[in-house]
Design a protein around this ligand. Structure first.
Ligand code: ATP
Length: 337
């Protein structure tokens, strides 16, 4: 686990998401996927977003990137991004044309499954050139050289040969490195990696994560790591936000979160995570399921139905979001001591 980290005050805040709410219109009702989601990330920082499947991690990422499904709608909130030029723009209201210029150049995303994210009938080097051509203005030989250098940067062996490979000729780990090369080709200020190691074996998983972390440090880039794997988050993130059913329930430095969790859900999540010294019997499952986000009567605390600390007070809005220590917030009426 990481030692406690202190964000250098001089580091620029790259992204500030405030009070974000997102709904999806579906045939069976309105899904209230996100509510009051707020978090911040600074230059050079790696922020983890953790939570069970369906907690809203990917919807948060897609909303910030302006890639929300057509059925989705932002109902409140802002996502202030500090551009290269030092200007603050709200990514939620920036016109698509301008957003497209930012995406790939200043904002980048790595998706869960590299094989489906890459174009299967275009050579990987050409796919990197497509991004560079759009954003860097390079042409011809210089463009090709930069694409090969991008493959070398993600430690792909023999990059000049691999430049001409199709995705099907590469292993899953290699494809994910190509995705990282694509995402980092223009040295973005913010990288969002959504479950970047899903489906990779443990060794490749470590290689890919070390690569993202090294490149983030080298380029002083802000990185958001979305994962349901707490062990991975504890190893690679400086700060973590915990999501449950579309709410941020706790945010803290990685060290604090794992040593002194205050939200009952965070504590349950940690207790249900395998660790080398734990046996199978030590793992405590989290009771119940996520509430149905289509329900018109969702409680203020969406964990209340699963929580053994629940009292009638928990059903009274608004749910407090308390700063229990500097940089440590918890959304709960009865936080753990
Ligand atoms: N297009 C959509 N239409 C309706 N509901 C959606 C849509 N996309 C996401 N949702 C709902 O939004 C909620 C949050 O989903 P999201 O994919 O962000 O969860 P997640 O935490 O990323 O889960 P996972 O770890 O499985 O990727 C879920 O209830 C999901 O069903």
């Amino acid at each position: 686990m990481n030692a406690p980290t202190v964000s250098a005050p001089t580091r620029t805040e790259i992204l500030s998401v405030e009070d974000l709410a997102v709904e999806f219109r579906t045939r069976s009702g309105i899904v209230r996927a996100l509510e009051r989601v707020s978090f911040r990330i600074r230059q050079g920082e790696t922020l983890g977003i953790v939570g069970e499947s369906g907690s809203g991690k990917s919807v948060t990422a897609f909303t910030v990137m302006g890639l929300l499904d057509r059925a989705g709608k932002v109902t409140t909130g802002q996502a202030l991004f500090t551009t290269e030029a030092g200007k603050q723009v709200d990514l939620l209201t920036t016109p698509e044309k301008e957003l497209r210029l930012l995406r790939g150049k200043e904002l980048s995303m790595i998706f869960q499954n590299p094989r489906t994210a890459l174009n299967p009938i275009r050579r990987v080097g050409k796919q990197i050139e497509d991004v560079l051509r759009c954003h860097s203005g390079l042409k011809g030989q210089a463009l090709q050289e930069r694409a090969i250098a991008s493959l070398a940067q993600v430690r792909i062996p023999d990059p000049a040969t691999r430049y001409a490979a199709y995705p099907y000729e590469l292993s899953g780990g290699m494809c994910q490195r190509v995705m990282i090369a694509l995402a980092l080709a223009c040295s973005p200020k913010l990288l969002i990696a959504d479950e970047p190691t899903t489906g990779l074996d443990v060794t490749t998983q470590a290689t890919v994560m070390n690569l993202i972390k090294d490149l983030a440090v080298q380029q002083n880039m802000a990185a958001v790591l979305i994962t349901h794997d707490l062990a991975l988050a504890s190893e690679y993130c400086d700060r973590i936000i915990v999501m449950h059913a579309g709410h941020v329930v706790e945010s803290a430095s990685t060290h604090t979160l794992f040593t002194a969790p205050r939200h009952p859900y965070t504590a349950r999540l940690i207790a249900s995570t395998p660790e080398p010294h734990k046996t199978f019997a030590d793992l405590l499952p989290i009771p119940g399921n996520l509430p149905d986000l289509r329900s018109a009567t969702l409680p203020p605390c969406r964990f209340s139905g699963r929580c053994d600390r629940h009292t009638p007070e928990c059903d009274q809005p608004p749910l407090p979001n308390t700063t229990v220590a500097p940089g440590h917030q918890v959304a709960c009426w009865h936080p753990l001591e």
